[in-house]
Write a protein that binds this ligand. Sequence first.
Ligand code: GLU
Length: 476
Amino acid sequence: MTEVKTRFAPSPTGFLHIGGARTALYSWLYARHNGGKFVLRIEDTDRVRSTKEATDAIIESMKWLGLDWDEGPFYQTKRFDRYNAVIDDMLAKGLAYKCYCTKERIDALREEQQKKGEKPRYDGHCRDDHSEHSPDEPYVVRFRNPTEGTVKFHDLIRGDIEVANGELDDLIIRRSDGTPTYNFCVVIDDADMGITHVIRGEDHINNTPRQINIYKALGLPVPEFAHVSMILGDDGTKLSKRHGAVGVMQYRDDGYLPEALINYLVRLGWGHGDQEIFTLDEMIKLFNVENVSKSASAFNTKKLMWMNQQYMKMLPPEHVAEYLKWHMDNQKIDLSNGPALPEIVKAFRERTQTLKEMAEKSRYFYEEYKEIDPKAAKKWFKSDSADALERVKAKFEALSDWNADELQKILEGTAAEMGVGMGKVCMPLRVAVTGGAVSPEMNVVLELVGKERVLSRVSKVIELLKAKAAEQPAEA
Ligand code: GLU
């Protein structure tokens, strides 16, 4: 049996967006599931719209997602000689012909057809025209599409598809400037690269019958095709920036783990029972094209966030910390003076959904907070707060074994001795130590902020509260 070979063939005219990433993932999974190969091909024939930045961004995104390729990246612009050699050969064999029709003629033809309510298509004027042309007269090369019969193929997702050849006109395969066109290059590439399964977006389904005719004319084996449905926004309209349809790297910037995005994407249009979480190995083992949905899928940011948190909780903290480090660096948080990042992951993964949020919320472990949140101060600094803080401070100073368990005993002991609830002790302490009213468990925060910093922050707040008490009459 021939080895399965799939490819991802983006046009570098923009970022790798969520739909492209899912197509890449499905192609990659199909290859990995079958022990085959996965090829990356950059379809940069549109020289005006293709950019180096977009190519780099696509490659960076593939790497970040962990979608590794076995061959490539191949660039279509480097293969023009090859395409043109095939076109010359097709001309010689009569599989293609030169078309000298002027733009004016084609425009007039289109207008006439539209007036009659017909689909605009080339009328085959130059197909069998043998009139003489001077060597400098511009021409395009057209593929001699069969006029009779139908093109049939079995789409692995959408089932049998049949199109009458009469519906397809003679496709231009080389422009008058000598450059080959997209639909032609794809066929030559897929054939030369030995692609057995073409998995791509549904927007290409109309190209497939045309491409199949070219394979057949050239006597090349026709690959299997699978056209993946569109992704819509959660309001059912075309996915746009508004729905979060941004480049894949934006998801890194927004604090998602690549593992979570991959899992989210695999589920967006494919399923295995009602299972939601798949390890990469499970995905590879279970993925099949038959279970890819025929209907459009709706992108849902809430679910992606949920998935991200599942992965933050599930993956080893050390692994999550490597990704968190990127965000800490990005937010210019100096890690040299504070807890090890896996500890931050453990403290926050139950209470944050993204790494970006985790980084934002953990700044006070590494540097002094800028100011105390006035709302938190107003709510939690009460007349007995200074007393509570002084009591815990004295106990903290005496504590030699600075760990969360010992710290918890101090917090509980202090509340008991004051005859108040834990909140009366912990809330002013939380505001003093973190600058705000929301944080992970107090004892864990204390351990991670460290003895020296805790004492200095608590002392400062005690001073502050005392100064305030001196200038104001006691609270009622
Ligand atoms: N280059 C095409 C695109 O980015 C994909 C073509 C294909 O997969 O055949 O839409």
